[in-house]
Design a protein around this ligand. Sequence first.
Ligand code: CP
Length: 296
Amino acid sequence: MNKISDIASLEKDFIDNIFDLTSNIRNKWPKIEQVGVGKTICLLFWEPSTRTKLSFEHAAKKLGFDVLDFSPECSSIKKGESFEDTIQTLLAMKVDGFVIRHPEDQISKKIISMLPEDVFYINAGDGNHAHPTQAMLDVYTMKEKFDDLSTMKLTILGDVNHSRVIPSQIELLKKYSCASINFVGPESLISKKFSPSFSEISKDSLADRDILFILRVQKERFKDDDGLDEAGFIKNFQVNNEFLKNSGFKGFLMHPGPMNIDAEITREAANSENSLVLEQVENGLYLRTALLSLIL
Ligand code: CP
Protein backbone atom coordinates (compact mmCIF):
# COMPACT_ATOMS: atom_id res chain seq x y z
CA MET A 1 0.00 0.00 0.00
CA ASN A 2 1.76 3.19 -1.13
CA LYS A 3 -1.18 5.37 -2.13
CA ILE A 4 -3.45 6.81 0.56
CA SER A 5 -6.56 8.45 -0.85
CA ASP A 6 -9.16 7.69 1.83
CA ILE A 7 -9.74 5.58 4.93
CA ALA A 8 -12.22 3.15 3.37
CA SER A 9 -9.54 1.65 1.10
CA LEU A 10 -7.15 0.89 3.99
CA GLU A 11 -6.99 -2.40 5.91
CA LYS A 12 -7.32 -2.13 9.68
CA ASP A 13 -4.02 -4.06 10.08
CA PHE A 14 -2.25 -1.34 8.11
CA ILE A 15 -3.68 1.36 10.38
CA ASP A 16 -2.77 -0.68 13.49
CA ASN A 17 0.81 -0.77 12.14
CA ILE A 18 0.78 3.01 11.63
CA PHE A 19 -0.50 3.53 15.19
CA ASP A 20 2.15 1.19 16.67
CA LEU A 21 4.91 2.93 14.73
CA THR A 22 3.51 6.35 15.75
CA SER A 23 3.92 5.37 19.42
CA ASN A 24 7.41 4.10 18.72
CA ILE A 25 8.39 7.36 16.99
CA ARG A 26 6.80 9.39 19.77
CA ASN A 27 9.01 7.60 22.31
CA LYS A 28 12.17 8.03 20.23
CA TRP A 29 11.65 11.57 18.90
CA PRO A 30 13.86 13.29 17.71
CA LYS A 31 16.14 10.25 17.22
CA ILE A 32 14.50 8.90 14.08
CA GLU A 33 16.03 6.39 11.65
CA GLN A 34 16.73 8.22 8.38
CA VAL A 35 14.88 5.83 6.08
CA GLY A 36 14.10 8.58 3.54
CA VAL A 37 17.71 9.37 2.57
CA GLY A 38 18.13 9.42 -1.22
CA LYS A 39 14.42 9.96 -1.86
CA THR A 40 12.57 13.12 -2.84
CA ILE A 41 9.09 14.09 -1.70
CA CYS A 42 7.03 16.91 -3.18
CA LEU A 43 4.43 18.83 -1.15
CA LEU A 44 1.73 20.34 -3.39
CA PHE A 45 -0.82 22.41 -1.48
CA TRP A 46 -3.48 24.14 -3.56
CA GLU A 47 -5.15 25.36 -0.36
CA PRO A 48 -3.68 27.02 2.74
CA SER A 49 -2.38 24.77 5.52
CA THR A 50 -0.31 25.10 8.67
CA ARG A 51 -0.57 21.77 10.52
CA THR A 52 -0.73 19.30 7.64
CA LYS A 53 1.88 20.85 5.38
CA LEU A 54 4.45 21.74 8.02
CA SER A 55 4.13 18.45 9.91
CA PHE A 56 4.67 16.52 6.68
CA GLU A 57 7.64 18.75 5.85
CA HIS A 58 9.11 18.37 9.34
CA ALA A 59 8.51 14.59 9.30
CA ALA A 60 10.02 14.17 5.82
CA LYS A 61 13.15 16.15 6.71
CA LYS A 62 13.58 14.24 9.96
CA LEU A 63 13.43 10.98 7.94
CA GLY A 64 16.14 12.31 5.59
CA PHE A 65 13.99 12.99 2.50
CA ASP A 66 14.80 15.85 0.17
CA VAL A 67 11.68 18.02 0.20
CA LEU A 68 10.33 20.04 -2.75
CA ASP A 69 7.76 22.64 -1.72
CA PHE A 70 5.51 23.32 -4.73
CA SER A 71 3.50 26.51 -4.38
CA PRO A 72 0.82 26.92 -7.11
CA GLU A 73 0.89 30.72 -6.71
CA CYS A 74 4.59 30.88 -7.68
CA SER A 75 4.51 28.13 -10.31
CA SER A 76 3.83 27.85 -14.04
CA ILE A 77 0.21 27.03 -13.14
CA LYS A 78 -0.06 30.86 -13.16
CA LYS A 79 1.02 30.77 -16.84
CA GLY A 80 -1.69 28.26 -17.75
CA GLU A 81 0.04 24.92 -17.18
CA SER A 82 -2.48 22.17 -16.35
CA PHE A 83 -2.57 20.08 -13.17
CA GLU A 84 -1.81 16.95 -15.22
CA ASP A 85 1.23 18.52 -16.92
CA THR A 86 2.45 19.76 -13.53
CA ILE A 87 2.41 16.21 -12.14
CA GLN A 88 4.13 14.82 -15.28
CA THR A 89 6.79 17.56 -15.01
CA LEU A 90 7.50 16.70 -11.37
CA LEU A 91 7.65 12.98 -12.19
CA ALA A 92 10.25 13.78 -14.86
CA MET A 93 12.26 15.46 -12.07
CA LYS A 94 12.39 12.06 -10.30
CA VAL A 95 10.05 12.81 -7.41
CA ASP A 96 9.49 9.61 -5.38
CA GLY A 97 6.29 10.64 -3.65
CA PHE A 98 3.64 13.34 -3.40
CA VAL A 99 1.58 14.84 -0.59
CA ILE A 100 -1.25 16.83 -2.18
CA ARG A 101 -4.05 19.09 -0.90
CA HIS A 102 -6.56 20.24 -3.50
CA PRO A 103 -10.06 21.82 -3.45
CA GLU A 104 -11.55 19.32 -5.93
CA ASP A 105 -13.62 16.48 -4.38
CA GLN A 106 -12.08 13.07 -5.02
CA ILE A 107 -9.21 14.38 -7.17
CA SER A 108 -7.18 11.63 -5.50
CA LYS A 109 -8.60 9.06 -7.94
CA LYS A 110 -7.36 11.12 -10.89
CA ILE A 111 -3.96 11.68 -9.25
CA ILE A 112 -3.48 7.97 -8.54
CA SER A 113 -4.27 7.12 -12.17
CA MET A 114 -1.42 9.47 -13.24
CA LEU A 115 1.25 8.03 -10.93
CA PRO A 116 3.54 5.05 -11.63
CA GLU A 117 3.24 2.09 -9.22
CA ASP A 118 6.44 2.87 -7.33
CA VAL A 119 5.59 6.55 -6.62
CA PHE A 120 3.78 7.07 -3.32
CA TYR A 121 0.88 9.43 -2.74
CA ILE A 122 -0.86 10.82 0.35
CA ASN A 123 -4.11 12.78 0.18
CA ALA A 124 -3.69 15.83 2.45
CA GLY A 125 -7.34 16.87 1.95
CA ASP A 126 -9.41 16.86 -1.25
CA GLY A 127 -12.49 19.11 -1.36
CA ASN A 128 -14.81 18.00 1.41
CA HIS A 129 -14.31 14.35 0.49
CA ALA A 130 -11.48 13.06 2.69
CA HIS A 131 -8.61 14.00 5.00
CA PRO A 132 -7.27 10.57 5.97
CA THR A 133 -4.17 11.61 7.95
CA GLN A 134 -6.21 14.05 10.07
CA ALA A 135 -8.62 11.21 10.88
CA MET A 136 -5.69 8.93 11.77
CA LEU A 137 -4.08 11.44 14.12
CA ASP A 138 -7.42 12.24 15.75
CA VAL A 139 -8.34 8.59 16.29
CA TYR A 140 -4.79 7.86 17.51
CA THR A 141 -5.27 10.67 20.07
CA MET A 142 -8.65 9.21 21.10
CA LYS A 143 -7.07 5.76 21.48
CA GLU A 144 -4.43 7.18 23.82
CA LYS A 145 -7.26 8.20 26.16
CA PHE A 146 -9.72 5.33 25.55
CA ASP A 147 -7.92 2.22 24.42
CA ASP A 148 -11.20 0.42 23.68
CA LEU A 149 -12.99 2.72 21.24
CA SER A 150 -16.05 0.45 21.17
CA THR A 151 -17.19 1.99 24.46
CA MET A 152 -16.16 5.61 23.76
CA LYS A 153 -18.97 8.17 23.37
CA LEU A 154 -18.22 10.88 20.81
CA THR A 155 -20.21 14.03 20.01
CA ILE A 156 -19.28 16.06 16.92
CA LEU A 157 -20.29 19.73 17.11
CA GLY A 158 -20.60 22.35 14.37
CA ASP A 159 -20.19 22.42 10.62
CA VAL A 160 -20.30 18.72 9.76
CA ASN A 161 -21.60 19.24 6.21
CA HIS A 162 -18.51 21.08 4.95
CA SER A 163 -15.97 18.95 6.80
CA ARG A 164 -13.63 16.53 5.01
CA VAL A 165 -12.28 15.43 8.39
CA ILE A 166 -15.55 13.91 9.63
CA PRO A 167 -16.29 11.41 6.81
CA SER A 168 -12.74 10.05 7.22
CA GLN A 169 -13.05 10.00 11.01
CA ILE A 170 -16.38 8.15 10.96
CA GLU A 171 -14.97 5.61 8.50
CA LEU A 172 -11.95 5.02 10.74
CA LEU A 173 -13.97 4.82 13.97
CA LYS A 174 -16.15 2.15 12.30
CA LYS A 175 -13.01 0.03 11.89
CA TYR A 176 -12.51 0.30 15.68
CA SER A 177 -16.19 -0.54 16.41
CA CYS A 178 -17.01 2.84 17.91
CA ALA A 179 -20.78 2.67 18.19
CA SER A 180 -21.75 5.91 19.91
CA ILE A 181 -21.31 8.92 17.62
CA ASN A 182 -23.83 11.75 17.55
CA PHE A 183 -23.90 15.26 16.12
CA VAL A 184 -24.95 18.63 17.49
CA GLY A 185 -25.37 22.00 15.78
CA PRO A 186 -27.73 24.00 13.58
CA GLU A 187 -29.81 21.92 11.15
CA SER A 188 -28.34 23.93 8.25
CA LEU A 189 -24.87 22.50 9.03
CA ILE A 190 -25.80 18.86 9.66
CA SER A 191 -27.57 16.96 6.90
CA LYS A 192 -29.82 13.97 7.63
CA LYS A 193 -27.12 11.44 6.69
CA PHE A 194 -25.34 12.40 9.96
CA SER A 195 -27.53 10.76 12.58
CA PRO A 196 -28.53 10.98 15.37
CA SER A 197 -28.26 14.76 15.42
CA PHE A 198 -29.55 17.42 17.82
CA SER A 199 -30.12 21.10 17.21
CA GLU A 200 -30.54 22.00 20.87
CA ILE A 201 -28.39 21.61 23.94
CA SER A 202 -30.56 20.84 26.93
CA LYS A 203 -29.45 20.69 30.58
CA ASP A 204 -26.86 17.89 31.08
CA SER A 205 -27.43 16.54 27.56
CA LEU A 206 -23.67 15.95 27.10
CA ALA A 207 -23.00 14.71 30.63
CA ASP A 208 -22.26 11.12 29.53
CA ARG A 209 -20.12 11.96 26.46
CA ASP A 210 -16.37 11.25 26.49
CA ILE A 211 -15.22 13.50 23.64
CA LEU A 212 -16.62 16.70 22.15
CA PHE A 213 -15.07 17.13 18.70
CA ILE A 214 -15.56 20.76 17.65
CA LEU A 215 -15.56 21.98 14.04
CA ARG A 216 -14.96 25.40 12.55
CA VAL A 217 -17.62 26.84 10.23
CA GLN A 218 -15.93 26.35 6.87
CA LYS A 219 -17.32 29.31 4.96
CA GLU A 220 -14.82 28.80 2.14
CA ARG A 221 -16.75 25.64 1.19
CA PHE A 222 -20.26 27.12 1.40
CA LYS A 223 -22.32 26.85 -1.80
CA ASP A 224 -24.67 29.66 -2.89
CA ASP A 225 -27.70 28.25 -1.08
CA ASP A 226 -25.83 27.47 2.17
CA GLY A 227 -26.65 29.88 4.96
CA LEU A 228 -25.91 30.35 8.65
CA ASP A 229 -27.20 32.61 11.40
CA GLU A 230 -23.74 33.24 12.88
CA ALA A 231 -24.98 35.09 15.96
CA GLY A 232 -27.42 32.23 16.65
CA PHE A 233 -24.65 29.67 16.18
CA ILE A 234 -22.43 31.46 18.70
CA LYS A 235 -25.30 31.90 21.18
CA ASN A 236 -26.41 28.27 21.07
CA PHE A 237 -23.33 26.24 20.21
CA GLN A 238 -20.14 28.15 21.05
CA VAL A 239 -18.12 25.96 23.42
CA ASN A 240 -17.54 28.26 26.39
CA ASN A 241 -17.87 28.01 30.19
CA GLU A 242 -21.63 28.49 30.14
CA PHE A 243 -22.08 25.87 27.39
CA LEU A 244 -19.94 23.37 29.32
CA LYS A 245 -21.82 24.02 32.57
CA ASN A 246 -25.26 23.77 30.99
CA SER A 247 -24.49 20.69 28.86
CA GLY A 248 -22.75 18.94 31.77
CA PHE A 249 -19.85 17.96 29.46
CA LYS A 250 -16.81 16.78 31.45
CA GLY A 251 -14.84 14.83 28.86
CA PHE A 252 -12.06 15.82 26.45
CA LEU A 253 -12.33 18.68 23.94
CA MET A 254 -10.85 18.11 20.48
CA HIS A 255 -10.59 20.32 17.39
CA PRO A 256 -8.77 19.53 14.14
CA GLY A 257 -7.77 23.18 13.69
CA PRO A 258 -7.56 25.85 12.62
CA MET A 259 -9.75 27.21 15.42
CA ASN A 260 -11.75 30.41 15.05
CA ILE A 261 -11.49 31.69 18.61
CA ASP A 262 -14.73 33.25 19.91
CA ALA A 263 -16.73 31.65 17.09
CA GLU A 264 -17.07 27.87 17.73
CA ILE A 265 -14.84 27.89 20.84
CA THR A 266 -13.47 30.41 23.34
CA ARG A 267 -9.77 30.77 24.22
CA GLU A 268 -10.53 29.60 27.76
CA ALA A 269 -12.12 26.36 26.54
CA ALA A 270 -9.37 25.77 23.94
CA ASN A 271 -6.67 26.18 26.61
CA SER A 272 -8.49 24.27 29.34
CA GLU A 273 -6.84 21.25 30.92
CA ASN A 274 -9.19 18.80 29.20
CA SER A 275 -8.41 20.23 25.75
CA LEU A 276 -6.42 17.87 23.48
CA VAL A 277 -5.93 20.39 20.66
CA LEU A 278 -2.13 20.62 20.91
CA GLU A 279 -1.78 16.89 21.61
CA GLN A 280 -3.56 16.35 18.29
CA VAL A 281 -1.02 18.59 16.53
CA GLU A 282 1.93 16.84 18.19
CA ASN A 283 0.55 13.39 17.40
CA GLY A 284 0.10 14.54 13.79
CA LEU A 285 3.86 15.00 13.52
CA TYR A 286 4.60 11.49 14.84
CA LEU A 287 1.82 9.87 12.82
CA ARG A 288 2.89 11.48 9.54
CA THR A 289 6.49 10.44 10.25
CA ALA A 290 5.24 6.88 10.77
CA LEU A 291 3.14 6.92 7.63
CA LEU A 292 5.96 8.25 5.44
CA SER A 293 8.35 5.62 6.72
CA LEU A 294 5.85 2.84 5.96
CA ILE A 295 4.90 3.84 2.43
CA LEU A 296 8.16 5.15 0.93
N1 CP B 1 -6.52 20.33 10.31
C1 CP B 1 -5.85 20.81 9.25
O1 CP B 1 -5.91 20.21 8.15
O2 CP B 1 -5.14 21.94 9.47
P1 CP B 1 -4.33 22.76 8.36
O3 CP B 1 -5.35 23.29 7.38
O4 CP B 1 -3.61 23.84 9.11
O5 CP B 1 -3.40 21.80 7.68
